[in-house]
Design a protein around this ligand. Structure first.
Ligand code: PLP
Length: 410
């Protein structure tokens, strides 16, 4: 979609505003499926936590995707979006046995990532098919916050615990139908990923009734010019070959699953904000927008880079700015950025704002969360209203005590 289209949408619906381009989501989906077209039974399970608006989930379903969920509420959202329970996998971490049992009752695929719950669940429900999440202890990315396969990670069952795992499966006679890994958010080196895949294949050989192997995600998309991205064409080539060979060895064709979030939605998202103030200090020119880490936390949480452009004055002379927010806390979106000259009132757009942006937004500083728009077949569709003051008060319970004391004062 074009910058002019973004300007039109923002002038109609106000800002700050998240706008998602459906065509970009579809083209990423197709890029992934065509890369793995040699696989007879390929399944993409969109990771709902990246962007969980119902309309986005429905779009994914229409594209043919399944759903990867991490909470019972995401499962419920998936069902509300029309996914069959069988098209949903539930991969929680550190949740209660009770929640896992509730999800299993809905006939959603369960994925268990610790031995304690595996033993308890297997003892009580030996017939329910269960997938096992292993931790291959492979460092996939550089940032330890988003790299979840390494040795100190809380995710997955360590491959060093396989003997214990096998004893549990044998003793409970439970039904293991899949093996899963999700090594981290950034696959930069295909060979590192393939190494982790070998560990998954080795693990899989211990189980006779598998139906699928789930390689998780970690597809990195570029956030700036010349940024590294996962070479999915190379991954498709190499992993497909190895997977097909493994299935021969295993004696049965298995389903290959990926569960990308960022890859499908990151680049489709555009976050439009307005500059309230241009503030010159002795060392810096700040452009302060009508947003903060309450709406977009990735730069402060992960140090993520989001490219910023001036929509209102795209041809202006470039100058250096620190783009910051309006909340009472350090909320830097970008330091020392070269941006076309900014005047108060200009609209700025932040790129790559589809994944982990709105879904991590909060009401901090008692601000409203932004509206969301899906740009679909040349039309803008409001898919989430901007919040109002009622939303800020929602669920707050007024104490009798204060009601009385207010009356007394009055
Ligand atoms: C978050 C998550 C994903 C998606 O990761 P991306 O980096 O957004 O592709 C996939 N699988 C699991 C289990 C996750 O927790």
């Amino acid at each position: 979609m074009t910058n002019n289209e973004l300007l039109d949408i923002a002038s109609e619906l106000g800002n700050p505003l998240y706008v998602y381009d459906a065509a970009k989501i579809a083209s990423q989906y197709q890029r992934l499926t065509s890369t793995f077209s040699r696989i007879g039974d390929l399944r993409i399970n969109y990771a709902a936590k990246a962007l969980s608006n119902l309309s986005i989930l429905k779009l994914m379903r229409q594209l043919g995707s399944g759903l990867d969920t991490v909470s019972i509420q995401e499962v419920q959202l998936g069902l509300a979006a029309g996914f069959e329970p069988q098209a949903i996998i539930y991969t929680p971490n550190g949740v209660s046995l009770k929640e896992i049992e509730e999800v299993a009752k809905m006939e959603v695929q369960i994925n268990i990532d610790n031995l304690s719950l595996l033993e308890q669940f297997g003892t009580r429900h030996p017939k329910t098919p269960v997938c096992i999440r292993i931790n291959p202890h492979v460092m996939a990315g550089g940032n330890s916050n988003i790299s979840v396969g390494h040795i100190d990670s809380k995710f997955g069952i360590s491959i060093h615990q396989i003997p214990h795992l096998l004893r549990i499966v044998e003793n409970t006679a439970m039904n293991i139908n899949g093996i899963h890994m999700h090594t981290g958010s950034d696959i930069l080196d295909i060979d590192v990923f393939l190494h982790a895949a070998e560990i998954l294949f080795d693990t899989a050989k211990h189980f006779k009734n598998l139906e699928f192997l789930d390689f998780g995600s970690g597809f990195k998309v570029p956030y700036q010019q010349n940024d590294i991205e996962t070479n999915i064409e190379e991954l498709g080539e190499k992993l497909s070959k190895r997977f097909i060979d493994f299935c021969k060895e295993y004696g049965r064709d298995l389903q290959l699953i990926f569960e990308p979030g960022k890859f499908l939605v990151s680049q489709a998202g555009h976050f439009v904000t307005q500059v309230n103030v241009v503030k010159q200090t002795t060392s810096t020119v700040f452009a302060q927008v009508d947003s903060g880490f309450n709406h977009l936390i990735r730069p402060m949480l992960y140090g993520s880079y989001h490219h910023i452009e001036n929509l209102s004055n795209p041809k202006g002379k470039e100058r250096f700015y620190s783009v910051v927010g309006y909340i009472c806390e350090t909320d830097t979106f970008g330091s020392n950025r070269k941006i076309a000259e900014i005047t108060e009132g200009d609209l700025l757009v932040f790129r790559n704002c589809g994944a982990y942006c709105f879904s991590m937004a909060s009401n901090y500083n008692s601000r409203y969360r932004p509206a969301e728009v899906l740009w679909h077949e040349g039309k803008a569709h409001l898919i989430r209203k901007r919040e109002t003051f009622e939303d800020i008060l929602h669920n707050q319970v007024e104490m009798e005590y204060f009601k009385e004391s207010t009356e007394q004062k009055a």
